[in-house]
Design a binder for this molecule. Structure first.
Ligand SMILES: [Zn+2]
Length: 54
């Protein structure tokens, strides 16, 4: 269960958390591509580098 998956990724279209990470976008490691098994849609997610505004 301690895989390298992001625990809080959910589909922005249907809200499902049944998503799989696809290959990352080229050299942009701050972006990842996911595939939703709920609505069969690919979406992007920006990965914040641990810096969040309070
Ligand atoms: Zn979905």
């Amino acid at each position: 269960m301690a895989d390298s998956e992001d625990p809080e990724v959910e589909c922005p279209h249907c809200g499902s958390d049944d998503v799989e990470r696809e290959s990352q976008f080229g050299s942009e490691i701050s972006k990842a591509q996911y595939y939703c098994n709920g609505c069969n849609t690919v979406f992007e997610r920006i990965k914040y580098d641990g810096k969040q505004p309070e």
